[in-house]
Design a binder for this molecule. Structure first.
Ligand code: UD1
Ligand code: UDP
Length: 356
């Protein structure tokens, strides 16, 4: 059976890396197709996990539009897939790379497996365009790998056939396990800091400004530092540097590799983020998460009391930061997975993939 894996952004590499490793350990060589929707941020992660793409579309352009990204991927995928005999294409998550790659495979009659299926915020425009991307991929997919029971229920509610749904856990827990086994994460050059990341499209502009204003005020009041690896997106950088560039408590750094990011997580006081992946990682480090978004497709974090959905208003974010500071970590297991998701995914593909 010929398996291909398509990916293009930082979080996709992190979450497909353990699946790739699992295939390799079982003697299979999946065809690794990089869209390079992210150039530098994807490459950094590929290096950490020692993955060399077989094909690199190199599509990223400065300040790219969603339609430009999608159309370049569709065109490239058409050529790539028509030149090879692929039985199953794996995609992960909710990016334009995942959605357009899945659509291209569907057009060519190639079966699709979706890793991290079934997450839903309930608002088709938030996260935008990711909620819709994920729903589309789930409809196209022959295998939907739901990380949690709730994700499976979401798929069933939308009429996805139960035979296509497998609860596996989230592969991000496997990725963290790989890094923790190989590297010491205990030392970092900063102390007494809040770890911050923000990049979501629906937060661009005013919402991001009000979150950062609350953070600036809070950090000064409590004498805490802010360590913020700033996403490469120019729309994000503009606002972050304007809001925190002259704040003496804020340490603005370039995106860091996964080893360094997990070290930052291990050593921080708590986390403020609108990132999906970071929400799933923080519980493994006993860190509380202030989710600066209006909705979440990862309610398991809030229900298990590892985080608070703070919204983006200055007042609500400030109150949530106060709560985060009072949080005392408990030894709870990560609600998103147990570190064996990749093994389950590969076993299912190898056992079920040969059937029609
Ligand atoms: C994308 C995903 C989002 C995911 C995020 C992870 C979509 C629609 N969005 O958003 O779901 O959470 O990645 O980080 O798929 N840039 C660089 N170098 C890089 C990466 C980005 O310069 O390595 C700049 C470029 O100017 C690029 C811009 O950032 O045009 C935006 O990148 P893009 O992938 O379109 O959107 P993200 O906001 O990163
Ligand atoms: N991350 C990283 N370096 C950074 C910021 C984030 O390695 O400087 C990792 C983080 O651990 C998580 C992933 O990138 O696994 C999240 O990526 P992002 O927030 O860009 O995307 P999302 O998860 O929101 O789609």
């Amino acid at each position: 059976m010929r398996v291909a894996i398509a990916f293009g952004t930082r979080p996709e590499v992190i979450k497909i890396a353990p699946v790739y490793k699992e295939f390799k350990d079982k003697g299979l060589n999946p065809l690794m197709i990089a869209t390079a929707q992210h150039r530098e941020m994807m490459d950094t992660m590929l290096e950490v996990f020692g993955i060399k793409p077989d094909i690199d579309m190199n599509i990223m352009t400065h300040n790219q539009s969603l339609n430009a990204v999608a159309s370049r991927i569709l065109k490239n995928m058409d050529e790539i897939l028509s030149q090879r005999e692929i039985d199953i294409l794996l995609v992960q998550g909710d990016t334009t790379s995942a959605m357009a790659s899945a659509l291209a495979a569907f057009h060519m009659g190639i079966r699709i497996a979706h890793i991290e299926a079934g997450l839903r915020s309930g608002n088709p425009r938030d996260p935008f365009p990711e909620e819709m991307n994920r729903m589309l991929i789930d409809r196209l997919a022959d295998f939907t790998f739901a990380p949690t029971r709730r994700a499976k229920e979401n798929l069933l509610k939308e009429g996805i056939c139960e035979k296509k749904i497998f609860i596996t856990g989230n592969t991000v827990v496997d990725a963290m396990k790989i890094i923790r086994e190989r590297f010491n994460l205990s030392t970092i050059e900063y102390e007494n800091y809040i770890l911050v990341t923000m990049h979501r499209r629906e937060n661009w502009g005013e919402k991001m400004r009000s979150v950062l204003a609350a953070l600036k005020y809070f950090s000064k009041e409590h004498n805490l530092k802010i360590v913020f690896p700033v996403h490469k997106n120019p729309k994000v950088r503009e606002v972050v540097y304007e809001a925190l560039g002259n704040c003496e408590n804020a340490i603005l750094i370039e995106p860091v590799d996964y080893i360094k990011f997990l070290s930052l997580l291990e050593n921080c006081v708590f986390v403020v983020t609108d990132s999906g992946g970071v929400q799933e990682e923080a519980p493994s480090f006993g860190k509380f998460v202030v989710v600066v978004r209006e909705t979440t497709e990862r309610p398991e974090l809030i229900e298990n009391r590892w985080g608070i959905l703070a919204g983006t208003s200055k007042e609500k974010v400030y109150q949530s930061l106060e709560k985060a500071l009072k949080f005392s970590p408990k030894k709870l297991k990560n609600p998103f997975g147990d570190g064996r998701a990749s093994q389950r995914i590969v076993d299912i593909i190898l056992n079920e993939g040969i059937k029609d």
